[in-house]
Design a protein around this ligand. Structure first.
Ligand code: C2O
Ligand code: CU
Ligand code: CU
Length: 510
C-alpha cells in the first residue's frame, strides 16, 4: 500500500467507524486532523478548498430544502476555474485544463465519513477517492494530481462505502470540465453556449424535504425519484437564442435510465461521450443515458421560431425492474426540460459542425494481452445481493484474476446473463476507475431482445467510455488500458444502491 503521506491509523479505523456512522445525527467532529497533507514538492497551478457540509437551498416554493453540498473556494489559479450552479445543491463546476497540476483540500463537515472521487479522471490510487481513504467528520484530505485526461466532462462525487447513494442523493456531486488544445481549435460553441445539463431524479416530502428510501427492495432495484431535476432545479427551462449550442448532458441519478429525445423527434447530433469528443459526430433518434454516463450534443436552434418551446423528453421503454416504490416507474414518459427560443442572434451564427472532432486511437484485439481469453465478469444476484463473479466487495482485496500488469491492455467482458437461464436480471451501468476504455462489441441473448430493442439504438459506443450500460441478457466486450499507475482501482455498478450493496471490486495493477 502506498504511503504518500497517508495515515495508516485512519485506515484501521474503517471498520468501527462504518458501524458508528449508521447512527444518524452522531457527529465525529473532534480535532479535525489532516489525514493526507500537502506535499512540499508539488507546485499546483490550481488550488481549491472544497468543503462538504449541510446547506439549505430553495428548490420549491415554501421551506428551503436541507441538503449536503460541496462548497469551494479558489486559493490559486485562473479566476474562471470555479463556476457556481445557481440555487442548487450541486457543487461548483471545476473548469480545468489538460496538463494543470491540481491541489484540492477536501474538508469533511458532514456528520458521516466521506471521501471524494473524480469520476473519469485518471489519477494515482491515493488521489482517486477509493473508499479505503474515507475520512471522519471534521477531518481533511489533500488531493494532488495532474490532469492527464482529454477535454471532456467528468464529475466529482462522494464515494463512501455503503453511503455513496445517500450522500450523492443528498447533493454531494459536481462537474469537472476539462479543456485541451485540440478542442480549442474546433471553434465549438463556448461561453454561454456551452451548457452542462445534470439530470437527476429526487423525491420530496410535502414540506420540501428530500426523501430517500430505507426499503430493502428499493436498494435491490435501485432508487427511483418522482421528480426530475435539471441542474438541481425542477421544471427546468433553458432560454436560448437562434444559434448553435453545446449541451453537455450527464445522468447524475442514482439508478434511473433515460431515453432522451426531442419532443418533435428531431434527431440528436452527438459530438462527445464520457471521455470527451468523438472522432466524428453521430446522429441518434434518441439517446439512452444510464447513471454516470455523459453525452454532448450539438443543438442547432437556428431554424427555430422565436417564442417556440422544445421539450427534451424521456421516451417510454419497458420497465425492467417491476418497480413498486415509485410513482414514476422505470420507462415512464416525461419531460426532462424545456428549451425556449427567446431571441435572434445579433449576427447570424455561421458555425459549422466539424467533420472531424478528435483523433481516437482505435483499440482492438491486437492491443490486448488476452485476445483469446477475455476477463469475464458475471453480473449476478445471489442471496438477495448483487455480486461480481460471485465475489462481494472487499476493501483491500483483488483476486488473482483481477490482477493486471502495469501498462497492459485487457479484453474485459461484462456478462449479464448472456448465456445462462433463469434468475433476476437488471440493467447495470458498469463503471471502471482509472483510464477510459473502448467498447468492442455487444451481444444479446435472444430471449431479452424486447427490452434491449427499446434502448439499444440510443447507445453511443464509438468514443472513450468510463461507464457502459449492460442490459439484461447482454454481454459487452471492451478493451481497457491499465497504464501509468499501480494500485487498487475500482470497478462497480453505478446504480448507486447496487454499489453500496457491494456490487464493486478492485483491479490490482501491479
Ligand atoms: Cu462515479 Cu466509482 O464512481
Ligand atoms: Cu469513477
Ligand atoms: Cu447494478
Amino acid at each position: 500500500m502506498s504511503d504518500e503521506g497517508y495515515s495508516r491509523r485512519q485506515f484501521l479505523g474503517y471498520t468501527s467507524a462504518g458501524l458508528l456512522s449508521t447512527f444518524s445525527g452522531l457527529s465525529f467532529a473532534q480535532q479535525g486532523s489532516v489525514v493526507r497533507s500537502a506535499t512540499a514538492d508539488f507546485n499546483p497551478d490550481v488550488e481549491i478548498n472544497l468543503t462538504a457540509k449541510s446547506a439549505r437551498v430553495p428548490i420549491y416554493e415554501g421551506p428551503k430544502t436541507l441538503v449536503w453540498k460541496f462548497r469551494a473556494e479558489l486559493l490559486k489559479g485562473p479566476s474562471e476555474t470555479l463556476k457556481e450552479v445557481p440555487d442548487s445543491y450541486l457543487g461548483p463546476v471545476f473548469n480545468l485544463k489538460q496538463g494543470q497540476r491540481i491541489r484540492i483540500h477536501f474538508n469533511n463537515r458532514i456528520p458521516q465519513r466521506c471521501i471524494v472521487h473524480w469520476h473519469g479522471l485518471h489519477v494515482p490510487q491515493v488521489m482517486d477517492g477509493h473508499p479505503m481513504y474515507a475520512i471522519n467528520s471534521g477531518d481533511s484530505y489533500v488531493y494532488e494530481f495532474t490532469v492527464v485526461n482529454r477535454a471532456g466532462m467528468y464529475w466529482y462525487h462522494s464515494h463512501t462505502h455503503e453511503l455513496t447513494a445517500k450522500q450523492v442523493y443528498s447533493g454531494l456531486a459536481g462537474l469537472i470540465i476539462v479543456s485541451d488544445d485540440n478542442e480549442a481549435q474546433l471553434n465549438l460553441p463556448s461561453g454561454a453556449k456551452d451548457l452542462p445539463i445534470v439530470i437527476q431524479d429526487r423525491s420530496f416530502t410535502e414540506d420540501n424535504k428530500l426523501r430517500y428510501t430505507s426499503h430493502m427492495r428499493e436498494h435491490m432495484m435501485g432508487f427511483l425519484g418522482e421528480e426530475i431535476l435539471v441542474n438541481g432545479r425542477p421544471d427546468f427551462e433553458l432560454p436560448v437564442s437562434q444559434g448553435v449550442y453545446r449541451l453537455r448532458l450527464i445522468n447524475g441519478s442514482n439508478s434511473r435510465i433515460y431515453k432522451l429525445a426531442w419532443d418533435d423527434r428531431t434527431p440528436l447530433t452527438v459530438i462527445g461521450t464520457d471521455g470527451g469528443l468523438l472522432e466524428k459526430p453521430v446522429t441518434r433518434n434518441y439517446i439512452s443515458l444510464a447513471p454516470a454516463e455523459r453525452v454532448e450534443i450539438w443543438a442547432d436552434f437556428r431554424d427555430r421560431e422565436i417564442g417556440s418551446i422544445h421539450s427534451l423528453v424521456s421516451l417510454p421503454f419497458q420497465n425492467m425492474r417491476m418497480h413498486m416504490g415509485s410513482s414514476l416507474p422505470e420507462g415512464s414518459e416525461f419531460s426532462v426540460m424545456k428549451v425556449k427560443v427567446a431571441k435572434a442572434e445579433k449576427i447570424a451564427d455561421s458555425r459549422e459542425l466539424p467533420v472531424t472532432l478528435s483523433k481516437i486511437n482505435q483499440l482492438g484485439l491486437a492491443d490486448v494481452v488476452n485476445p483469446e481469453q477475455p476477463m469475464s465478469i458475471a453480473l449476478r444476484m445471489r442471496r438477495m445481493n448483487w455480486w461480481l463473479n460471485g465475489e462481494e466487495f472487499e476493501m483491500m482485496e483483488a483476486t488473482p484474476s483481477e490482477r493486471v500488469a502495469l501498462d497492459s491492455h485487457h479484453l474485459i467482458q461484462f456478462d449479464n446473463g448472456y448465456q445462462t437461464r433463469g434468475g433476476m436480471r437488471l440493467p447495470h451501468p458498469m463503471h471502471l476507475h482509472g483510464q477510459q476504455f473502448q467498447i468492442i462489441k455487444r451481444e444479446i441473448n435472444p430471449n431479452y431482445q424486447r427490452s434491449y430493442g427499446a434502448l439499444n439504438e440510443g447507445f453511443v459506443d464509438s468514443g472513450w467510455k468510463d461507464t457502459v450500460l449492460v442490459m439484461p441478457g447482454e454481454r459487452v466486450t471492451m478493451v481497457k488500458p491499465f497504464e501509468d499507475f499501480k494500485g487498487l482501482f475500482l470497478y462497480h455498478c453505478h446504480n448507486l444502491e447496487h454499489e453500496d450493496m457491494g456490487m464493486m471490486r478492485n483491479f490490482n495493477v501491479v
